[in-house]
Design a protein around this ligand. Structure first.
Ligand SMILES: Cc1cc2nc3c(=O)[nH]c(=O)nc-3n(C[C@H](O)[C@H](O)[C@H](O)COP(=O)(O)OP(=O)(O)OC[C@H]3O[C@@H](n4cnc5c(N)ncnc54)[C@H](O)[C@@H]3O)c2cc1C
Length: 400
């Protein structure tokens, strides 16, 4: 496609102005079902307007443009509230993994549909007994002719209740050490034996689910990457996740509790002169700026063709720490409205939702402690955590 950067920017501007709410307008209130439907419509319209899948190959539904175009688009997009969240994992993690590891047949079959949000995908990694140490997972996949039979339980699966497919890591060889006997599968979530149960959270929503897999049969052509290579595919996906969470730009919680919003709030509540409040806000703003620079560094590395590395962990950890700090400042400023929203009569429910949701950032995509371990080992060169069972077959390692 021959489109200049200026033409592309103009196309993006026109589309976003016609299809999105400006960033500083009050957030749009809608049910989850409406939000998902809006997200699908938005991405379909984006693709129809020649703006979807910017860096992905034309043969697989993308535009085949370089990352400069993506940067231009993201800069324009940052001025708006676009309905992106329901497809964040699908686009930020599943799509690049499909692009990197999928066979040509898989890419032809699935990639364009993911870009357009005709299908939304989820990440099926965590289990009740395997979160931080996800390589110890117990969901089994057993070969039966041209099929694999999956049995096990996943948990924390964001968005599965409205997704069409999941990328599911399962154990194909229990006689291998834990990292080696894993394989990655495409699971059609409408298959018999897939039971998705939403989990209700403290904030009232059901962001994630538990998924029971009972004799779920998938074809051998649903294997992503080679049999036994699931850990490498999973690690690539986790890196994309950390980069997506950590390098998403300024504002730790998708713009909910940015320093800019909190400064406005402090002014409107007559607290902007309070030296303690000023200090907290300045500190938050500085950390957000640092986060922006970390994000820029990651994006530049990606533009130079380098795969995401441990810097994703730095960005993700920092984003989680900023989120907690922002929540503390918000609670101090907003007071009871951050807890008792029904009586508040203002936008208390938004504050409450953001405050209650802030700790999730320290867990999702790998906990803060796990990010610190990665940074310690892979950036600072500290000795690895001792593992008394290293190299032993998974089936011989005691499990709680
Ligand atoms: C909002 C949200 C969305 C999520 N979405 C998904 C999803 O879509 N798909 C999916 O597969 N998973 C998802 N997860 C799960 C997430 O990846 C796990 O919760 C996370 O990896 C932690 O695992 P765990 O909850 O089992 O905690 P555990 O691993 O049991 O950890 C418990 C505590 O021990 C600490 N700990 C564990 N190991 C170490 C160590 N080696 N060193 C130091 N401390 C350690 C942890 O930091 C934590 O504080 C989501 C989680 C959240 C909060």
């Amino acid at each position: 496609m021959t489109v200049t950067l200026d033409e592309f920017r103009e196309r993006a501007r026109e589309f976003l102005a016609a299809n999105c709410v400006p960033r500083n307008d009050p957030p749009v209130e809608r049910s989850e079902a409406d939000y998902v439907a809006e997200c699908r419509r938005f991405h379909q319209a984006l693709a129809d307007a020649g703006l979807g899948g910017i860096t992905y190959p034309v043969a697989y539904g993308g535009l085949g443009l370089d990352k400069t175009y993506l940067e231009v688009f993201n800069r324009e997009l940052s001025q708006y509230q676009a309905p992106l969240v329901p497809a964040a994992i699908s686009h930020g993690m599943c799509l690049p993994v499909m692009n990197d590891f999928g066979t040509p047949e898989q890419r032809t079959r699935y990639q364009a549909r993911i870009i357009r949000c005709d299908d939304i995908w989820c990440q099926m990694f965590s289990e009740p007994g395997a979160g931080s140490d996800v390589a110890s997972l117990a969901t089994r996949a057993v070969r039966d002719g041209d099929e694999w039979v999956l049995n096990g339980q996943k948990v924390w699966t964001s968005g599965a209740q409205y997704c069409e497919y999941g990328l599911c890591v399962a154990r194909t060889d229990p006689a291998q050490p834990k990292h080696r006997g894993l394989s990655m599968f495409i699971v059609d979530l409408s298959l018999p034996g897939v039971d998705i149960r939403p989990l209700r959270q403290i904030n009232g929503s059901s962001h994630f689910n538990e998924i029971y897999l009972t004799d779920v049969r998938v074809g051998h052509d649903c294997l992503v990457g080679d049999e036994g290579n699931g850990w490498n595919v999973a690690v690539a996906m986790l890196m994309y996740e950390r980069v997506a969470i950590g390098a998403g730009g300024s504002g730790a919680l998708g713009g909910t509790m940015t320093s800019t919003k909190l400064i406005k709030e402090a002014r409107s509540r007559g607290r902007a002169g309070d030296p303690v409040v000023r200090d907290a806000l300045a500190d938050l703003h500085i950390r957000e700026r640092i986060q922006t620079f970390i994000g820029m560094r990651i994006r530049q590395a990606a533009e130079a063709g380098r795969a995401p590395g441990p810097e994703g962990s730095i960005a993700k950890l920092n984003a989680a720490l900023i989120g907690r700090r922002a929540a503390d400042v918000a609670m101090e400023l907003v007071g009871p409205s951050s807890q008792a929203w029904e009586a508040a009569g203002d936008d208390g429910d938004q504050w409450a939702g953001a405050v209650i949701g802030a700790p999730a950032m320290a867990i999702a995509g790998g906990t803060n402690e796990v990010q610190r371990n990665i940074i310690g080992e892979r950036v600072l060169g500290l000795p690895k955590e001792p593992d008394p069972y290293k190299g032993q077959p998974w089936e011989q390692v005691p499990r709680s």
